[in-house]
Write a protein that binds this ligand. Structure first.
Ligand code: SF4
Length: 436
């Protein structure tokens, strides 16, 4: 029965894959006005529904920033008018401004970005720029990281404070602290205290996609930050120092990376923060090599191995490349996996005529397809939506923050408090040392 169900699933996905036009998305309303989507908290919950408002069902910490209503003129302006306003404001600010755009941003915003990259590249750009104002077209944790790495006299601005990351919100400081205390009780010593062989009980490792408070937690407890491009080097660093790793918030990146390093799945229990001892007994926790936080990316968790099969059924010569935030069966079934930068390099370096099915956010895949008309580039998911929180950076918000800067007012500044910034920088610097 199971194999028939899987085959039906595969056939359906293959048919969708063949029939799909390149621009298919689940709901175009998301593009029009994120302020309208923000006002839809009562949509029915997933799993069937994905698209506008779907992030409303993610658990957001009470400290999550709230965006104020912006003036009506920005909400009702035409795309052409907003484009002209952003262009004029950028010209007026000149070298006092740098606009950073994440790969997953919409085209209308990317058109105005001075630097395009992943979260780590953009954080580096924020550190290296001489500009007085850094307008970060990404999500909240990225703006926090840019603030941590930039000079105190620079301001980092996030055009829409409601542009969070549902994955980052799945691990907050209270929940991680509670986990840490339980680990201490099970191990019989503070988790960051050395054992007989000099190694600590637990090394906390946080993905870049986390709040500054969690980066600070890692800084204070002998831990470190990682990105999707350096996670393997960071895990090796952590294994040298600790008996086990607590990896948060993305279970998939942790599992895929540790598995590639030879850690068996049986040594990687998932820590559910809503259950006592993460849902395990003490023996399982003590025997763990990696404790994987129960978090995920709502965009990348949608990819399935059936979609990989479908892509290959539709085009036997296709190369399937996926992001390591995808579930392990998808990464295992793909030809390759890696960060957005690695995906970019693979496509750029491939000869004309190569065919790719890519498992990552749709805006990036579409732009890759546009930039490489000599190659066939499709998204692995026939109906994938953009990252709905990233997409909240509408050009209306960008025009608003830029025109405020022209008028001498800094709105939506993201500033990490000094008490958090210090230890958070410690964890970031450890990462920079490990993976330069
Ligand atoms: S794509 Fe996923 S991990 Fe990235 S910002 Fe969106 S929800 Fe967060």
């Amino acid at each position: 029965m199971v194999s028939i169900a899987v085959q039906l699933d595969t056939d359906r996905a293959a048919a969708q894959h063949r029939a799909r036009p390149a621009s298919t998305s689940c709901d175009d309303r998301l593009a029009d006005g994120p302020w309208a989507m923000d006002a839809l908290p009562t949509l029915p919950p997933p799993p069937a529904q994905y698209g506008p408002g779907s992030s409303d069902h993610d658990v957001a910490p009470p400290t999550t920033p709230v965006q104020t209503t912006i003036p009506e003129r920005y909400r009702t302006a035409s795309p052409a008018e907003l484009d002209a306003r952003v262009t004029a404001a950028k010209e007026a600010l000149g070298e006092r401004l740098v606009v950073l755009g994440h790969h997953y941003q919409r085209d209308e915003v990317i058109a105005h970005a001075d630097v395009i990259g992943d979260s780590f590249q953009l954080a580096r750009a924020a550190r290296e720029t001489a500009a007085e104002h850094v307008v970060f077209c990404g999500v909240h944790f990225m703006a926090e990281t840019a603030d941590l790495l930039s000079r105190p006299d620079q301001s980092v601005v996030l055009p829409n404070l409601a542009a969070g990351c549902s994955m980052a919100d799945m691990a907050d400081l209270d929940a991680v602290t509670a986990c840490w205390e339980q680990l201490g009780a099970v191990l019989g010593r503070a988790p960051d205290a050395p054992g007989p062989d000099g190694r600590v009980g637990v090394v906390p490792v946080t993905y870049m996609n986390s709040s500054a408070a969690l980066k600070a937690f890692c800084g204070e407890h002998g831990g470190i930050v990682c990105t999707s491009s350096n996670a393997a080097a960071v895990l090796e660093w952590a294994f040298e120092r600790g008996e086990r790793v607590l990896f948060f918030p993305d279970q998939h990146l942790g599992r895929n990376t540790a598995a590639a390093l030879g850690v068996p799945l049986s040594s990687m229990p998932v820590w559910d923060p809503r259950r006592a001892l993460g849902g395990h007994d003490g023996q399982t926790v003590r025997g763990a090599r990696v404790l994987l936080w129960r978090g995920w990316c709502s965009v990348h968790q949608r990819f399935t191995s059936a979609q990989v099969d479908a892509a290959r059924a539709a085009d036997p010569g296709v190369t399937v490349v996926v992001h390591p935030e995808c579930p392990a069966p998808v990464v295992d079934a793909a030809d390759d996996s890696g960060s957005t930068e690695k995906i970019l390099r693979l496509v750029q370096g491939a000869p004309a005529g190569t065919s790719f099915a890519i498992g990552t956010e749709i805006n990036m895949v579409r732009r890759l397809a546009d930039a490489h008309p000599d190659k066939t580039i499709t998204c692995l998911d026939p109906v994938i939506c953009p990252c709905s929180t990233m997409y909240r950076i509408h050009p209306g918000y960008l025009a608003w923050v830029l025109e405020a800067l022209v008028a001498g007012e800094v709105v939506n500044r993201v500033e990490v408090p000094a008490s958090v910034a210090g230890p958070a920088r410690v964890a970031l610097e450890r990462m920079l040392e490990v993976a330069r």
